[in-house]
Ligand binder design. Sequence first.
Ligand code: UPG
Length: 599
Amino acid sequence: HKNLSLLSPDQIELAKMLVAMEQSHLFTNWPEPGVDDGEKKAFFDQVTRLNSSYPGGLASYIKTARGLLSDSKTGKNPFDGFTPSVPTGENLSYGDETFMKFEEAGVKEAQNAAFVLVAGGLGERLGYNGIKVNTLCFQTTTGACFLQHYIENVLALQEASCKVTGGQSERDIPFAIMTSDDTHARTMQLLESNKYFGMKPAQIKLLKQEKVACLEDNDARLALDPQNKFRIQTKPHGHGDVHALLYSSGVLEEWQRGGVRWVLFFQDTNGLLFKAIPASLGVSATKGYHVNSLAVPRKAKEAIGGITKLTHTDGRSMVINVEYNQLDPLLRATGNPDGDVNCETGYSPFPGNINQLIMELGPYFEELKKTGGAIKEFVNPKYKDASKTAFKSSTRLECMMQDYPKTLPPSARVGFTVMDAWVAYAPVKNNPEDAAKVPKGNPYHSATSGEMAVYRANSLILRNAGVQVEDPVQQEFNGQEVEVWPRVVWKPKWGLTFADVKKKVAGSSSISQKSTLALKGRNIFIENLSLDGALVVESGDGAEVKVGGSVKNKGWAIEKVDYKDTSVPEEIRIRGFRFQKTEQLEKQYTEPGKFELKA
Ligand code: UPG
């Protein structure tokens, strides 16, 4: 009471709310007015932020936390009454007729799309010092960072969509990035210092998620920061925040006014994803899905959620992600004593959620008007002992973006699309040590496997398009055995879709396993090329280059690097290899015109 004079009327209301919610421990030991007044004001500034950034405010947060903590203590099963079964979705096979049809439909639809990258996570499992969309390149042959790769793909899609629909002027595809205090400044700086990788600055919106208050006990008493008794301790709330942020920032409304029809969500480190995006958008548009999740075949126990049909005893049913740590116990509790195991296909029968979600904006916006973007939360306290009366450390509520459909009515059109993993999913999440411990046959999800997957996918796509690509060799890096294919990379504007790639290769070409091929331009045509070494071709947009003949040189050999060798930069040692660029044929065509490179 003595300190009330320091506060604004709104803050006094907040203080009353905290007292009413039994949170007076937060300020009972405060000193007399005149001592630490600045800190006291800062405390209430923080409370104001925590209150305004949570749908329903702090009181609602505390109330929800009490309910969830009580359920957790009594061991209430969140799936009570539900039986899981394998749902049916659209299965696509890269490059076949159906795939090509959906890809074409998706490119047409892309001019009505907006993209949302969730990049607020620090990636604790990866243990990497930078932000993941930056220095952790998606491949080190040409060294593009994830963010550059994503932006160039969106721009290529924008241009392709305009071309096929005969548009007079290109519609800028909006691109939002959710950041957090951990990633915001570095993401902004990355964009600014690289001229937004070619995108118009106005096309990009950064939305920063706030952390949420930590809880110290089962009564949901808010935890004070151990370093500062005038601050509430906070932790990340999860990627589910993206919905509330898109709504509360007015971005969704702006997009709707601008004619956006599809909102595509994706995550921070998947170098393959955009190969699957046009076709999955085509599925959404053709099938009229309000929500479409992209999935890949999943190995049992792989750390990706399973898309599951849940049917309740009262008749309700929904198709939803069941997170990887919950799928096994849910199956065991519902008559499947072996839990999460592979079936005769060698994969789990439940498709793996890669968290690439496509929402139809109209119904999505309508739903958010009702919910404010609040997503069903969960709590995961680590208890001191079996009595579950005290926590080892403070906890907080969390939410996941893929739980959005949980509040939808049964009439909502929720579907999913399963795509080959080699072309859709290769995230970088695990540090080398943990990756090496992944059960044999399951994907590593490491910087090593993420990069090798890019070469594998590009090699296989070229094979599909008629190029003779030599088989890979098996090699071990950082304790992980991977297939090493020729290092083939290209700019998104060279081969955005399979149809584009097919148009750019002709005749009879071959690439040996030790080769590197980097195509850094739009109109580079491969015709009767025999490559055994390294070839780098760069061209300006106005140049048309035909590349053929026989290229043979010492090339770029792969040299092993140990992840513990701190004399090597972190982004290199984390993948366990680097290139010895001994010899290459490198050509640049910056002027407009027709050229021929006949080696
Ligand atoms: N992220 C945020 N804010 C947060 C937490 C995470 O923006 O508070 C971002 C993060 O940067 C990343 C994405 O969210 O881009 C996913 O985070 P990550 O830690 O990689 O997620 P996982 O726990 O591995 O699981 C998610 C889904 C799971 C899915 C898997 C696919 O929850 O269902 O199978 O991603 O990669």
